[in-house]
Design a protein around this ligand. Structure first.
Ligand code: PLP
Length: 363
């Protein structure tokens, strides 16, 4: 791919490595540039890296009215050799295309997506925050741009990649488990819907549930299936629980659960973790009984942002609280977190192909 570079003048862009003194938070900062590519006349064209800034978009653009928009979330890490590596970026590229297919958006060749992401990271590599546990959060997305009010797939789109220098997710340590609200009032997805894709509208639809969770002092909702009998996933994480023999259980991927790359990584790492990691249909009644009896000793969520998010307790709409184990972060959960973050940081080698080095433009 021939990328056009229309960069900020050097006087306006970062010229030294970013060494933040304070916690930069997660997802708030931006780098100097973004990658753009348009779709028109049946093909993706004009790949370019330009200064990060507002888009010009028609008020009638299909994405603004009917939510024809999909996105991804991935991370890049700085290793001790001074090079930046993306984590399983091929899986994100595949998933963006699966989501795109669900929303009738034209696919983008995976190799082109990866090239675009790596070229942007290379351009803004001075923005990598030099801080323990920091990363570059990568946000690729596609949105429909045609100015048309009929409900049908747009004929034009924009693919954008933006980066966010982010601090460690657990700046205060990995010691504060969250509480989840188990509710029958909100559902994230139904069979035949868009639940297995990262469609922008799925997240708009989760905001009300998030507000309800906050009213119960919970961080997020643990979604059940539409019959309120099975555990599905959390708003932006898959759910997991751990049995007293150390077995990790993740609800089986269906068309109502997003196929988390973090979950897939733990499923593939099973042997290295020294425990079995498997998927099952998780019945709510059995889950509650097993937490109460002590058969389930730990639980949490898996996702790119936090990697592992320990859950200490659940709350129901009648204010009943279900505490997992002693409500603290357990050793198995800690081991999951350490194993994957060490691979990401390059402290230990991951399976072949998981970490991809971002090459330098003039290499
Ligand atoms: C609904 C949902 N489930 C699960 C996940 C976790 O997926 P991943 O591990 O690929 O970030 C995410 C975040 O991407 C999500 O939005």
């Amino acid at each position: 791919m021939q990328i056009a570079y229309d960069l900020k003048p050097s006087s306006e862009r970062r010229t030294e490595q970013f060494k933040p003194k304070d916690d930069v938070g997660f997802g708030t900062l931006r780098t100097d540039h973004m990658f753009l590519m348009d779709y028109r006349d049946g093909q993706w064209c004009e790949p370019r890296i330009v200064p990060y800034g507002p888009f010009q978009i028609a008020p009638g653009a299909v994405a603004l009215h009917y939510g024809q928009s999909v996105f991804e979330g991935a991370k890049a890490f700085l290793h001790d050799d001074g090079e930046i590596y993306t984590f399983r970026i091929d899986k994100n590229a595949q998933r963006l295309n699966r989501s795109a297919d669900t929303l009738c958006i034209p696919a983008i060749d995976e190799a082109i997506q990866i090239e675009a992401i790596h070229a942007l990271i290379d351009t803004d590599r001075l923005w990598f925050p030099m801080q323990q546990g920091a990363c570059l959060y990568i946000r690729p997305f596609i949105f429909a741009t045609q100015d048309r009010l009929s409900v049908s797939p747009s004929e034009t789109y924009t693919f954008c990649v933006m980066l966010s220098p982010s601090g460690p997710y657990y700046s205060d340590g990995f010691d504060a488990p969250i509480r989840l609200l188990i509710t029958e009032r909100f559902h994230r997805a139904v069979a035949g819907g868009t639940g297995a894709s990262k469609a922008a509208g799925n997240y708009a639809a989760s905001l009300q549930a998030g507000k309800a969770a906050a009213e119960y002092g919970a961080a997020q909702v643990l979604y059940l299936d539409a019959t309120n009998t099975q555990i599905e996933e959390v708003g932006a994480m898959n759910h997991f629980h751990i049995l007293k023999d150390g077995t990790v259980i993740i609800p089986r991927f269906t068309d109502t659960i997003l196929k988390s790359i973090t979950s897939e990584s733990f499923l593939e790492l099973g042997e290295r973790l020294g425990c079995e990691v498997r998927q099952e249909t998780v019945k709510l009644d059995q889950f509650i009984a097993d937490v109460e009896s002590g058969e389930i000793i730990e639980a949490g969520g898996f996702g790119t942002a936090a990697v592992v998010s320990p859950v200490g307790s659940y709350i129901f709409e009648d204010n009943r609280v279900l505490t997992v184990g002693d409500g603290q972060v357990g050793p198995h959960t800690r081991k999951l977190y350490q194993t994957l973050t060490e691979i990401q940081k390059g402290a230990v080698a991951g399976p072949e192909g998981w970490m991809r080095q971002v090459s330098r433009r003039n290499d």
